[in-house]
Design a protein around this ligand. Structure first.
Ligand code: G3P
Length: 214
């Protein structure tokens, strides 16, 4: 399973890299806004620094606008994956970009048939949002399991990029299902390192070490 970092903060991206879990980066307009910096500056910095795929999202809502933006976004680097919202106009753009060999990430997937259509249009990645489905009292992981099953049945090359990951159980279940990529806030990466028995075990080791004669 690959680990992408869901962030537009270069500090967080560097932190994830230092932990050995930076296979790529995903951003979205909300994350760019949270960075408090101009898009141009953030995109340039991330694409220069990160070797793996970097998803940058279009803002347009027509295929024509999306295709125009895609060309601009790709100027930031060969590793740019054009992130396109799930909608009919988005699928049109994905189909054309796929024919041109430009990688895409279809985002805001909330049901398996949306992923199926995106794969059929030639998307490189689909991004089902697990946590936001859970927020509605539904089962986000079940949606991902359905997508994995469908893609397996029809041998789609499209990768499943699980997004809106809120806690370590989401990561565990994605790994068990064979999800291709999880995109995580760096906070979750730190959560993955921790267990109360690890903390108490370490405390005991360090306390006992003080009793050892030099
Ligand atoms: O990349 C978008 C996705 O990960 C958003 O997550 O926590 O805002 O639902 P969240």
């Amino acid at each position: 399973m690959e680990y992408f970092i869901d962030s537009a903060s270069i500090e967080e991206i560097k932190e994830a890299d230092s932990l050995g879990v930076l296979d790529g980066v995903t951003t979205n307009p909300s994350l760019i806004a949270k960075s408090g910096r101009p898009f141009n500056e953030v995109a340039k910095e991330i694409c220069r620094w990160v070797k793996g795929p970097v998803s940058l999202e279009v803002i347009g809502t027509t295929a024509t606008e999306m295709l125009r933006e895609a060309k601009e976004l790709r100027k930031y680097g060969d590793n740019v994956v054009v992130k396109i919202p799930m909608m009919s106009e988005g699928l049109k753009a994905v189909k054309i970009l796929a024919a041109e060999g430009i990688p895409t990430n279809v985002t805001l997937i909330f049901q398996p048939v949306q992923a199926l259509l995106a794969a059929k249009a030639g998307a490189t990645y689909v991004s089902p949002f697990i946590g936001r489905i859970d927020d509605l009292g539904q089962d986000g992981l079940a949606m991902v399991a359905d997508i994995i099953q469908i893609f397996g049945q029809y041998s789609f090359k499209t990768k499943v990029l699980a997004a809106s990951i809120r806690h370590p159980i989401h990561v565990l279940e994605c790994a068990k299902m064979g999800v291709d990529v999880v995109t995580l806030p760096v906070k979750i990466v730190h959560q993955l390192t921790r267990h109360p028995l690890t903390d108490s075990g370490l405390k005991t080791f360090l306390d006992d070490w003080k009793k050892v004669k030099a």
